[in-house]
Write a protein that binds this ligand. Sequence first.
Ligand code: NAG
Ligand code: NAG
Ligand code: NAG
Length: 334
Amino acid sequence: MMGSSLPRLEALDLRNNRFFGDIPSTFNNCMSLVLLNLEGNNFSGGIQTWMPQDISILKLRSNQFTGNIPPQLCCLLNLTILDLANNEFSGSIPHCLHNATSLPSFTNVLPGPVSNHFFTTAKDFMKIDLHTKGQQLEYGKTLKLVRSIDLSANKLSGGIPVQLFKLTELQSLNLSYNYLIGEIPEQIGEMKDLESLDLSHNNLHGNIPQSMSGLSFLDVLNLSYNHFSGQIPLGTQLQSFDAWSYAGNPDLCGPPLQKHCTIPDNTEKVEENEDDGFMKSLYLGMGVGFAVGFWVVCGSLVLNRAWRHSYFRFFNGVVDRIYVIVAIKLQKFR
Ligand SMILES: *[C@@H]1O[C@H](CO)[C@@H](O)[C@H](O)[C@H]1NC(C)=O
Ligand SMILES: *[C@@H]1O[C@H](CO)[C@@H](O)[C@H](O)[C@H]1NC(C)=O
Ligand SMILES: *[C@@H]1O[C@H](CO)[C@@H](O)[C@H](O)[C@H]1NC(C)=O
């Protein structure tokens, strides 16, 4: 069946059946395929030989696919939703993947000629379940605005290509349950549209970049069960997530985790220095205040004759009066 040539087929949805076996390379003849959903079958083998070039939505989730994620995937310039979750893919994430999905920017590609045509003809009947934000959400007409990559629950290893963090229009990224290593780069702060990020259950390490606190649309975050360390960057964004978002990283500290960041010696010094600085500026302020006050009073007395005279007259008057009062009191006392 899947070997047959259907050059004008645009959408193929075989999800949740019991199909099995390899996808034959003649599948390539389905030139116009824009949506392919094979989720929840028992397909196996590699995927490198049969990628339809115009594909925009590729869902191979929950099958038995094996082998690498082929670099050919990077040539799929219309790709907006890539879901390879829950298979047996191994090896590393291709470095060029951002070519396929970011494309200088997604918007240049979608609506492109093919996908535009597809979405105008098929959008009325087409609905697709997307796994994002820990849920399965049905998308219909808004589908063409969605940008999502899900490679979770495979056997992927190596680092996350830094280019992947330059997909500024990506809304959902799930790389959880793999064997990925390395750090989250500071560039992640550029993924301004990111709503859901799940990197849990990998071997990632390093600090959580400060730039992540600028991801204002981020709604679901899961960094749990890695080897992240240091303080969770402060700012409203990252503290608003549940502690479960950070669980299983023993060296991570600071709110919303219970664990306080034990202040190493150098930070203590920084605090001391801050105190020193405060006292210094206090003394400095007092000194300046005194000097200003002194010169405002005495300076004007020196400079202004009339003021000087009235000041001393007033002063003498006060002294005289005090003297008289004290003398009278003393007399009475005696
Ligand atoms: C899927 O295929 C594997 C072998 O490749 C087999 O052991 C398993 O029973 C199949 N599962 C289903 C649900 O057909
Ligand atoms: C990411 O994928 C895993 C495994 O496929 C799933 O359990 C989890 O809910 C997903 N996370 C999000 C935020 O959707
Ligand atoms: C993150 O993933 C872990 C393990 O899969 C889970 O226990 C936790 O509830 C998740 N956190 C959130 C905020 O979804």
